[in-house]
Ligand binder design. Structure first.
Ligand code: ADP
Ligand code: MG
Length: 324
């Protein structure tokens, strides 16, 4: 942040900004490591995501939003496994231009989302770097043993669903770059602040045959589910749920449907379900207040194909984002 004050020493930083965020098992960040005690009959689920300034966020993005996105992309992975959040470890590699103001706002963002999602800090590590600012978060959650949602398990004939709406985040990134109109800021907000589908993920356990979260793009991520399951899939583009804001952008520029299908960062859940379990799915999801839409089906083979309403094959050539 311009005019930011020089950084607290490493120990003051931990004591002042991060110790108030500590979980009971983190011992106030005063010890060498943390403990985790899963409830009886539960497994620990673990995931890590890193974010690098200039690659995954912009250097002048608000620090509280950077913190919340870092936490939420990891929470989305827990959601995709059907796990309940427990705690997290934080890795910070700080370049000289990151001062106390930036770090205070970053910690405030973490505090806000800790309250919202019922997760707390277990520990971490802090280093200096010439740059760029590099953030790493390892999130831990619990699932009842054997009751988790995997990418494998889809069979030909299963129905494919996705929660919420698709394409908002990719269109939001275009909006932030001035390439798409976003009068109410909805699309940009969907890019900046994922809504991890924790309640939906937990509700899918035991009903869905396979599932994962949409981070690379709908087509690419359904491709990951299919390769883990050894199947293919057909998507009907006309069924893909769009927000009114995305619909308006695509009505103006019909080619943007490809962005909605291939663009990442929505953090919705895409999942398959045996046809005879669709009634149970409806009951479970309405119990947690989440909408999901049927978008296609699992087929034999390996390919993911997308068809438009007229039956033309409109499968995108680059199915999604690859992080190298
Ligand atoms: P050590 O040198 O033994 O690894 P550190 O000085 O790195 O100890 O860390 C001291 C304590 O502060 C530990 O409990 C560690 O988990 C915690 N800690 C350090 N950096 C962070 C951070 N960025 N976020 C959360 N906890 C941290
Ligand atoms: Mg350390």
């Amino acid at each position: 942040m311009p005019g930011d004050t020089p950084r607290l020493g490493e120990f003051e930083l931990i004591a002042e900004l991060f110790a108030p965020l500590a979980a009971p098992g983190g011992f106030g960040l005063t010890d060498d490591a943390a403990i985790i005690t899963p409830p009886a009959g539960n497994d620990i689920v673990m995931t890590k995501d890193m974010m690098v300034s200039g690659v995954h966020f912009l250097p002048d993005d608000p620090p509280d939003l950077v913190a919340r996105k870092l936490l939420r992309v990891n929470l989305s992975d827990l959601a995709a496994m059907g796990a309940a959040p427990h705690g997290y470890a934080l890795g910070l590699s700080l370049p000289p231009e990151i001062g106390d103001g930036w770090l205070r706002a970053f910690a405030a963002g973490l505090a806000a989302d800790q309250r919202e999602f019922g997760i707390a800090l277990l520990g971490g590590d802090t280093t200096s770097t010439p740059g760029p600012l590099t953030l790493s978060l390892t999130a831990l959650g619990f699932v009842r043993q054997g009751r988790l949602l995997r990418r494998s398990g889809a069979s030909p004939g299963d129905v494919v669903f996705v929660t919420g709406t698709v394409g908002d985040a990719a269109l939001g990134l275009m909006a932030l770059r001035g390439a798409v109109a976003d009068p109410d800021g909805f699309l940009a907000d969907r890019y900046r602040l994922p809504r991890p589908r924790l309640a939906a993920g937990a509700a899918l356990v035991g009903v869905a045959s396979a599932g994962l979260d949409v981070s690379d793009g709908l087509v690419a991520d359904l491709g990951h589910l299919c390769s883990a399951s050894g199947v293919g899939a057909v998507i009907e583009a006309a069924l893909v749920p769009l927000s009114p804001q995305a619909r308006r952008a695509i009505d103006h520029r019909p080619d943007l449907i490809a962005v909605a299908l291939a663009g990442g960062d929505d953090y919705e859940l895409v999942f398959s379900i045996p046809p005879d379990a669709v009634g149970a799915l409806d009951r479970r999801l309405s119990g947690v207040g989440v909408a999901a839409t049927r978008i296609g089906r699992i087929v034999a083979g390996k390919r993911i194909r997308v068809f438009d309403a007229a039956g033309a094959d409109i499968t995108p050539e680059t199915p999604g984002f690859r992080h190298r």
